[in-house]
Design a protein around this ligand. Structure first.
Ligand SMILES: Cc1cc2nc3c(=O)[nH]c(=O)nc-3n(C[C@H](O)[C@H](O)[C@H](O)COP(=O)(O)OP(=O)(O)OC[C@H]3O[C@@H](n4cnc5c(N)ncnc54)[C@H](O)[C@@H]3O)c2cc1C
Ligand code: SF4
Length: 307
């Protein structure tokens, strides 16, 4: 009998190691004897990657403006403990509809009228649910074991960090990444981080093979959706300070540092945009925040049938 196995691997986008590669970590995870046995004799059907809005309760933005309401993930309503957000997306969509209905009756779509949405969200179970897990993601900032202890105490005290504090200080994910020297990497270490990883095309695959299984398609002449504001930084500061982490955090081998054609020994950034699976990791993780991911032309991107 044929079985379909869905396998996922989550990496918090506030990691410190500049050489960490979430895709490589996923391959190593599949090499664990338990997981490898589960997948033995199988073949890959689909591959995909996507960021989720795990900022939580304290990262919820302003929910309304003139003619605008935010619902679902764009409002940061994902429960970061359960990694689930469909239920809050549906509920907030219903509350937004109620707000819009009232705005239609009043023929008023100003922020003043739409403020009612904030009140409806606050009174709904969305707020209670997200408040209970408000410090969950931050608990794991100092590693797994402290994170488990902290999360356990939160569970017992209605979400208080270490059972005591209402709120953990927050930092943007990209600020957490350390420079190579700060993390203790020297010279050859940089090449060796995943030196033992092999791609056997049965259990483990390189990024390009995986991207093929995301069924990505883009028109060659589509408007650019990956904007790098200063590519000089890639070739100079970023290469030296972080070792060009875009080559690792992108799960689709879009960013590549290649030899400059001039034969001057310099390297430059090459963007293989047609590989992009629209996960938005680069926009979040770039330590200099010079990558702007903008909404691509409709119709392109990955085709995640059955995922
Ligand atoms: C791998 C993964 C697994 C998950 N598993 C679960 C789970 O088991 N249970 C659960 O509850 N949640 C899960 N989630 C979270 C859940 O998918 C989201 O919380 C939920 O889909 C959010 O719904 P949404 O409508 O707010 O946003 P989305 O579902 O992201 O919908 C937004 C839509 O807007 C479209 N769009 C974006 N920009 C534009 C534009 N400019 N013009 C037109 N359209 C645009 C997008 O293409 C998309 O279709 C998972 C998420 C991921 C990534
Ligand atoms: S280029 Fe950015 S959005 Fe596209 S796959 Fe890579 S990290 Fe994801």
């Amino acid at each position: 009998m044929n079985r379909i196995v869905n396998l996922g691997y989550v990496t918090g986008l506030d990691y410190r190691d500049p050489l960490l590669d979430p895709h490589a970590e996923f391959q190593r995870y599949k090499e664990h004897p338990f997981v490898a046995k589960l997948l033995e004799g199988g073949r890959m059907i689909r591959y995909g990657a996507k960021t989720i809005a795990a900022g939580g309760f304290y990262a919820i933005p302003q929910l309304y403006s003139d003619g605008v309401l935010l619902a679902g993930d764009s409002a940061g309503f994902l429960n970061s403990q359960r990694l689930k957000g469909i239920h809050t997306a549906i509920k907030s969509g219903m509350l937004a509809a109620q707000t819009i209905f009232e705005a239609l009756l009043a023929d008023d779509y100003s922020a003043k009228q739409l403020k009612r949405y904030k009140q409806l969200v606050r009174e709904s179970w969305i707020t209670g649910e997200l408040k209970r897990v408000r410090n969950f993601h931050a608990a794991f900032r100092h590693g797994r074991w402290l994170g488990i202890a902290n999360a356990g105490l939160q569970f017992l005290t209605g979400g208080r960090a270490w059972g005591l504090f209402d709120r953990t200080a927050a930092e943007p994910g990209h600020e957490a990444m350390k420079k190579l020297s700060e993390f203790g990497y020297r010279g050859a270490d940089i090449e060796q981080r995943y030196g033992k990883l092999r791609f056997d095309n049965k259990l483990t695959f390189n990024k390009v093979t995986d991207v093929y299984h995301a069924a990505v398609a883009h028109d060659e002449d589509q408007p650019v959706h990956l904007h790098v504001l200063d590519t000089d930084i890639c070739a100079t500061r970023c290469a030296e300070e972080y070792g060009n982490p875009c080559q690792r955090f992108c799960p689709a081998a879009v960013y590549e540092m290649v030899e400059d054609a001039g034969g001057n020994g310099k390297r430059r950034l090459q963007i293989n945009f047609s590989n992009c699976v629209h996960c938005k990791t680069c926009d979040i993780m770039d330590p200099y925040q010079i990558i702007n991911w903008v909404t691509p032309e409709g119709g392109g991107g990955p085709d995640y049938k059955g995922m």
